[in-house]
Design a protein around this ligand. Structure first.
Ligand code: ATP
Ligand code: MG
Length: 870
């Protein structure tokens, strides 16, 4: 059965059981502070499990793109070495939100696997939770009894808390789970060892394919459990593993999900998969990682130096490294796999097709730059080896190479091995640990339980229409971090505060009670669909009604920038073409930033056209037309541009100014004329094929012009109030060029004179032409003189000192003959004499220079020079 068919059979099975089938949510999370990537099918539905929102249908099924490369689930180091863990994989899942529970979940899983897919029940095992004394939980006999109806009792295994109790995080919904495992070994193998003994033992052919989670508890901050009022089902089945079983192969990489990519790698690298274990690992790594990277870029997450972008960059670099080391590929090639990938998966995930060009460009650029890093690293590593005494390279040096230059440590140790050197791994690990401790200490955070003041889960956002409201605090909690100390997070029954999202910053403002006590709101963020207000202090009278007031000035400036961002987007598509797509934006009160796909630097004319386009719409006084809570399909059919894939169940808000229509939850001006004026301040590249514009509006534009104007008048003043300052400046510049030429000629003359003087002052010390003297020359002049004199003698020792702008300079020249025969070394001379001028330096054995901050020491240094030739 082809993978396409497997996917659609799963979905239609649950559709028949009254589930709504929804598309995969984007894998890259934009507005969740607790998670960078979706790492399981349930992540996009967290708000439903937490009771912060209600799904339209309490039965849902889908296939979800998941990435397990950071945080709680990190499979990265396994990938390539085993045959059933991926970075990016699809998780097939069915959900019940307070609807059906264990009985149906178990019965349907069984029906699908054995009935619809026809898997032989004799290769299946299931597990149930054995209970836990720590948590005071008994065995999950309910699940056990339901399983007994389908499978013989000796195939139901008991599992401990680690494998059979699922938790969302340190806090929150959790519960026992039942896993389904397959044993796809040959009959002979099975005769040797019973499959039962291999379940959950990391055997590549006895693997878990499906996990059914029964959410029935809530874990509190103090670690205790309380029952959940509504019980939920959350299941996740690895799509690639299911394909392996149904296609009768022994590895995920032998399914049709991967074979087309692997064939392409074979063609490009001229290697055969299945011949050599090391090359095989590399091929698996690359075929896996290209998927992860391509999907993230399609989701709007580009490789970068921080956060989620850095995770993606590391995945791609891991792939490059394996290609470089084991497949001998020293030039970019991974980007060439994107063609097959988008051809094979473009149907299920259309974003791979529509963004193909961009994905290829970005990957190629990343490959190029990392290959350069590797090249440079190799040079540095050779130098380290040259400087190493003995046969062990210091861990500190290797760490520096890794940390500062991004050179991978396993490559370091591989290369050292080839050269017959060992790596001081302990030293390296201890440096690494030190660094980890430093960053952990900086980011450590603890979160208390919520204190509930009023039971109210329907928080209302009124900030589109109001900047002030009377509110009640419904719950609050304390969070403590090294960086910010104690902070309080407050939730209101209703709020005018806009929470950071869609690129727009969160509102600031204050809360005031009837006694006049004020608490400042420093930021507003959304977590699992709840708007959270951040304050340094807890209000005194928590149960009172507060006046909540948004900082209207900041909000207004931010709104100007947000509306201008929409107009800018429209302008770019108009001026540059419809290939322009938004790739990211940041809307602050002081400025806006907009990233978009486009392949070349914008010309001055294009920038001007874009500015004019936006300003024309500001002058056109376009009014805001918004439609709140309309179904996504309606918004799209009315011409709205969908930016990043929206989640299922989202009713959306369409924001329109003239011909600009966007899906947007942000806040906007009521009329474009409020923006006053739009000005681009910079345009540049952020990655291959991605440009960034920074721009300002309103007050910031006024400040900008004031500042420019002030600078202009200051300049004019300096030019003696010239009528035409530009002309005046030009003639000054011309004059300057002439003067510089004259000075150069004079300096040359001076050097010639000095050279003559110096030559006559040379004295013979033990057969060496010696002179140590202070001269009135700059560093370049000294060098000239020294080299000229040097060319006339083969036994010269020259030490010249000079004072330049209050700093001291010592240069030493020693004829090459003396360097060889008398073991003199100019580098050593200036290093030693450098102490007199409180400085240091170096250079070559025949010429070296030191700089220092004490010109008074020059004379002493000159005196001491004689020591070297005596
Ligand atoms: P394993 O023990 O094999 O790592 P898990 O316990 O981490 O699996 P769950 O978190 O329960 O897995 O995820 C549900 C299902 O998703 C698993 O049964 C498996 O089929 C699949 N799965 C989990 N991790 C991966 C991965 N890295 N690559 C491919 N499939 C995976
Ligand atoms: Mg796992």
């Amino acid at each position: 059965m082809k993978s396409q068919e497997i996917r659609s059979k799963f979905l239609s099975f649950f559709e028949d059981k009254k589930h709504s089938i929804v598309p995969s949510a984007p894998m890259v999370l934009k507005d969740d502070p607790t998670l960078m990537f979706v790492n399981s099918g349930m992540a996009p539905f967290k708000e439903f499990f937490l009771g912060n929102a209600e799904p339209k249908n309490n039965r849902i099924a889908d296939t979800q793109k998941c990435l397990r490369v950071s945080g709680k689930h990190n499979d990265l180091e396994e990938v390539g070495y085993d045959t059933y863990h991926h970075t990016l994989f699809e998780m097939l899942g069915n959900w019940s939100f307070g609807d059906y529970f264990k009985e149906e979940a178990i019965a349907w899983a069984w029906e699908l696997l054995t009935g619809v897919f026809g898997i032989d029940k004799d290769i299946l095992y299931v597990t149930v939770f054995e209970g836990s004394d720590d948590d005071g939980l008994p065995m999950d006999t309910e699940a056990f009894d339901f399983w007994k109806k389908h499978i013989s009792e000796d195939r139901i295994l008991k599992g401990n808390k680690k494998d059979n109790f699922w938790e969302m995080g340190d806090q929150g919904p959790c519960g026992p789970c039942s896993e389904i495992h397959v044993d796809i070994r040959s009959a002979e193998e099975k005769a040797k060892i019973d499959g039962k003994d291999l379940v959950n033992m990391d055997h590549p052919q006895v693997v878990e394919i499906w996990n059914l989670v029964f959410m029935q508890y809530n874990r509190k901050a103090n670690g205790s459990l309380e029952p959940l009022p509504n019980k939920h089902i959350d299941t996740g089945m690895g799509f690639e593993r299911l394909c392996m079983v149904l296609q009768g192969v022994q590895s995920n990489y032998d399914t049709d999900v991967f074979t087309p990519i692997i064939r392409e790698i074979e063609t490009i690298t001229n290697k055969d998969y299945g011949k050599d274990e090391k090359a095989d690992i590399a091929i698996r790594v690359i075929s896996d990682h290209v998927r992860a990277v391509a999907f993230s870029i399609a989701d709007g997450q580009l490789p970068s130096n921080t956060g989620a972008g850095y995770v993606i960059r590391r995945i791609l670099r891991r792939a490059v490294r394996y290609g470089f080391t084991f497949l001998d590929k020293k030039e970019p090639f991974i980007y060439r796999l994107v063609d097959v990938l988008s051809e094979k998966m473009g149907k299920a995930f259309p974003e791979l097709k529509s963004q193909k060009q961009l994905i290829q460009n970005v990957i190629k650029e990343e490959e190029n730059s990392f290959l350069r890093t590797l090249e440079q690293g190799l040079i540095l590593l050779n130098r380290i080896v040259d400087e190493t005494k003995g046969d062990t390279v210091s861990g500190e040096k290797a760490f520096e190479l890794y940390d500062t230059y991004g050179f991978p440590i396993d490559l370091t140790s591989l290369i050292l091995g080839e050269k017959g050197y060992a790596l001081d791994e302990e030293g390296f690990n201890s440096e690494l640990q030190k660094q980890k401790d430093r960053s952990r200490a900086a980011s450590e955070m603890s979160t208390d339980d919520w204190t509930i003041l009023v039971e109210d889960s329907d928080q209302e956002f009124i900030g589109y229409d109001a900047l002030e409201a009377n509110v009640k605090i419904t719950r609050y909690r304390k969070v403590t971090s090294k960086k910010e100390g104690d902070m309080y997070q407050l939730v209101f029954n209703l709020t005018p505060f806009y929470a950071e999202g869609g690129g727009q910053v969160g509102d600031k403002g204050y809360l005031e009670d009837t006694h006049g006590d004020v608490v400042y709101i420093l930021d507003t963020k959304k977590e699992n669909n709840v708007i959270i207000h951040f304050a340094k202090n807890l209000p005194k009278h928590l149960n009172e009604t507060f006046k909540a007031v948004v900082d209207s000035k900041q909000r207004y400036r931010t709104e100007c920038n947000h509306t201008a961002t929409h107009l800018l987007h429209q302008a770019l598509r108009e001026v540059l073409g419809t290939h322009v797509e938004q790739k990211g934006s940041a809307v602050h009160s002081k400025y806006l930033r907009f990233d978009f796909s486009h392949f070349s630097k914008m010309t001055v004319e294009e920038l001007r056209d874009v500015e004019n386009f936006v300003n024309a719409r500001i002058d056109g006084k376009l009014t805001l037309e918004e439609k709140r809570n309309i179904p996504m399909e309606q918004a799209i059919s009315e011409g709205a541009m969908a930016l990043f894939g929206e989640k299922y169940g989202d009713t959306v808000r369409a924001v329109r100014f003239g011909q600009s229509i966007e899906l947007c939850g942000g806040t906007h001006v009521k009329n474009t004329s409020e923006i006053w004026h739009f000005k681009i301040v910079s345009e540049g590249a952020v990655a291959a094929g991605i440009r960034r514009i920074e721009a300002i509006t309103n007050d910031a534009v006024k400040d900008f012009y004031h500042e420019n104007n002030r600078a202009y008048f200051e300049m004019k003043d300096l030019l003696n109030n010239a009528k035409e300052p530009v002309k005046a400046l030009q003639s000054l510049q011309e004059e300057n060029v002439g003067l510089r030429k004259q000075i150069e000629a004079l300096l040359k003359d001076k050097a010639k004179n000095i050279k003559g003087d110096l030559k006559s002052e040379l004295t013979d010390v033990n057969g060496i032409q010696f002179l140590a003297k202070k001269v009135d020359l700059d560093a370049a002049g000294i060098k000239d003189v020294a080299f000229e004199l040097g060319s006339q003698f083969d036994n010269l020792f020259l030490l010249l000192g000079a004072e330049q702008n209050g700093k001291a300079l010592l240069s030493c020249y020693i004829s090459k003959e003396l360097v060889t025969n008398k073991e003199l070394n100019a580098g050593q001379v200036v290093r030693e004499l450098g102490k007199y001028i409180q400085g240091g330096g170096g250079g070559q054995p025949f010429f070296a220079t030191a700089g220092g901050k004490n010109p008074n020491g020059i004379e002493e240094a000159l005196k001491a020079a004689k020591e070297f030739v005596n």
